[in-house]
Design a protein around this ligand. Sequence first.
Ligand code: PMP
Ligand code: GLN
Length: 411
Amino acid sequence: LPKRFEGSEPSVWVEYIQLALDYKPLNLGQGFPDYPPPKYVTDALTEVASNRNLHQYTRGFGHPRLVQALSKLYSKLIGREINPQTEVLTTLGAYEALFSTITGHIDDGDEVIIIEPFFDCYEPMVKYAGGVPRYIALKPKNTNKSVLSSADFVLDRDELEKLFNPKTKAIILNTPNNPLGKVFTRDELTHIADLCKKHNVLCISDEVYEWMVYKPHEHIRIATLPGMWERTITIGSAGKTFSVTGWKLGWAYGPANLLFNLQMIHQNSVYTGCTPIQEAAAIGFETELARLGTDECYFVSISKELEPKKEFMAKFLQEAGMKPIVPEGGYFMLADWTPLESKLNLSSEKDKYKDYRFTKWMTKNVGLQGIPPTAFYSEEHKPLGENFVRYCFIKQDKNLQAAADLLRNWK
Ligand code: PMP
Ligand code: GLN
């Protein structure tokens, strides 16, 4: 590998998707629904596929109908007019939006603050750009509660303030957070925003789970806080928004001067996204815009659909002896598996971190797959994730029941 990519290793996804193919466990690992997306979404793609005029290249920075729909939606949500031509970019998944944002803004030696646990690709992307990641972990307070919530995990404000310095170029925020499920409160976001303004720092806000938030928690877009639009790039994903992870369509929005940098990276690497997928997503957004905030709106109903799944998972993990951290948003749950240590024989697994040994052993011996959370921590903080496993609960009830049965019947 060229020097700037040195140290790259296959990610947890590469390894665990192969593990699932090899052992065929009940898969609560990678985050995707194991049931069909809403019918109007697949109908839109069917309709688009049969339109013979929608199969050639489209506008590079985003298919016109889709950037229109995105600008309409986010203008409403952010409370300002978002220009569809200059303030929105569509990408190949949120991954490409993250990549274009990071490579488009980070220079050699720039420091980037990353909040742990973090979606794993942030770290290599920052390093590829020549940046220096600086980590700060969310840590639990009130640990004597019988069931922890992701809200119990907070940043130490002094520690965060100390990380900001003249080299700090950006902070990456992910709310709702993957894998913890934390939804940052207005107060927490205001503290981060104030530091960004004080130190003239860019905020990269990964909000792919913006529509999966459990009552009474509320998703707050940091770009709506005073003085933050000017310094925030917000990232979304059709995969999460419409439960179509295989579409690999994402977007970024923010002020034109910041978006320009992303457009250049996108133009010179990918150039343009898939036309029919973007047209179908545009139809999806137009449908939701017409019923925004009503019970029929998928952006409302998705959380209601997930709520009982989340409750059921928290219950069966507890019954199995694990200690779940109940998420406020997203569709993942972390659980402390170490109370089960006496039932395990992890010596057959050779990985360095015991959450890797636990998740591999469980896949092979119990037939249940989760993701090892140390993948979401920097080298130095990996011990913070070792006692946990991440399970995904956007799964059919019968499969969640099957997971509960596997745990109950495991001797
Ligand atoms: N950010 C987070 C926090 C995610 O969980 C994911 C999951 N895929 C992504 C970005 C990437 O999304 P996409 O599949 O649209 O590339
Ligand atoms: N975001 C999903 C997860 O965290 C998918 C990850 C991926 O495809 N790399 O499981």
